[in-house]
Design a protein around this ligand. Structure first.
Ligand code: UDP
Ligand code: MG
Length: 320
């Protein structure tokens, strides 16, 4: 067994309709590569026939290796698991639903050979997506860029190529809340983009529900910024300012306009609700951070594996 050059990492959650076509398209691409390839398929606790199809592929094609997580851990963790097992000199992460065109891998590899350690795919447009999705994505990436202390490129997903060096560093990062596209940017090295049009899903339903997308977005911001924590200070200062103004106003009314209808319950109620909601908001933000600290401190393994196929021990690999 020799060390492969290219490792393709593909997370799979209930993609039985996509797997055969994905393999066919990838096979064409793999045939055009100039070195040995391994195809790492990660079954993220699928409930359909995905795992059976993956096992079949593994028996038919010795380049196919697989991991099966013991339950559904989510996309980012599935990719993390795959990257932990990469043996190649570079890893390419791709979705299973053919939204990421496999043919782009060839362009990514060209860039890698020109000595870029990270080549990420960047979307040209989102014209095929619904406007709420487009708007939220647009707003999210801009907010993230403003808040984050690393330069996370807009409109990029996890479709990328990473050099072995970068994968090794990523694998040593112990965090559980993994926002991979952010960690990838954080690592540094020479990075570049290749532009592409994201296709619609080949088949099946989107696995990222609104809830999961929201969680990923919050993870992205919280993992890369402490600005929300400072929000409490700023809002506190603001409301102190408002309070001061109110005192002056009330004094003025008392002295010069004693019958002003604004003094009394209305004012008190508004102030109460305002301060109450500001406090709850700030406690909520604190909670987001503390919850994550708690998750990290527990130090549980990031995922559990129930089955693997085709992997050999480090010591058995002959490096070229
Ligand atoms: N996926 C996964 N675990 C999950 C959800 C998704 O492994 O819990 C995989 C899914 O099979 C697909 C990729 O992650 O290969 C991206 O998912 P999806 O296409 O639903 O998301 P989107 O294209 O909207 O980012
Ligand atoms: Mg998709």
């Amino acid at each position: 067994m020799t060390q492969p050059i290219y490792s393709l990492v593909i997370p799979i959650y209930n993609e039985e309709e996509n797997i055969p076509e994905m393999y066919r398209r990838l096979n064409n691409v793999m045939a055009q590569l100039d070195g040995e390839v391994e195809l790492i398929l990660i079954d993220d606790g699928s409930r359909d026939r995905s795992l059976n199809l993956i096992r079949e592929l593994h028996h038919r094609d010795s380049r196919v290796r697989y991991l099966s997580l013991a339950r559904n851990f989510g996309h980012q963790i599935a990719v993390t698991a795959g990257l932990n097992f990469v043996q190649g000199k570079c890893a390419i992460v791709m979705d299973a639903d053919l939204q990421d065109p496999p043919e782009l891998i060839l362009t990514m590899i060209e860039k890698w050979q020109q000595d870029y350690q990270v080549v990420y795919a960047q979307r040209l447009s989102r014209k095929r997506e619904s406007w709420p999705k487009r708007f939220t994505a647009y707003a999210f990436y801009r907010i993230l860029r403003r808040l984050a202390n690393v330069d996370i490129p807009s409109d990029t997903g996890d479709f990328c190529l990473m050099d072995r060096q970068v994968v090794d560093i990523l694998n040593t990062m112990p965090e559980r809340n993994r926002y991979i596209r952010g960690l990838r940017a954080w690592i540094g090295f020479r990075q570049t983009a290749v532009l592409f049009e994201r296709n619609p899903r080949f088949a099946g339903k989107v696995k990222y529900t609104f809830g999961k997308s929201w969680a990923l977005a919050v993870d992205g911001i919280i993992s890369f910024s402490t600005v929300p924590l400072k929000l409490a200070t700023y809002i506190g200062l603001l409301s102190a300012g408002i309070a001061l103004l109110m005192i002056l106003l009330v004094l003025y009314w008392r002295l010069f306009d004693p019958v002003s209808p604004l003094i009394g319950y209305t004012l008190i109620t508004i102030a109460m609700f305002f301060l109450g909601s500001v406090q709850l908001l700030c406690v909520g933000i604190l909670g987001e951070y503390i919850g994550r600290i708690y998750e990290e401190v527990k130090g549980r393994p990031i995922y559990t594996l129930k089955e693997t196929g085709g992997f050999i021990k480090e010591s058995e690999i002959k490096t070229k």
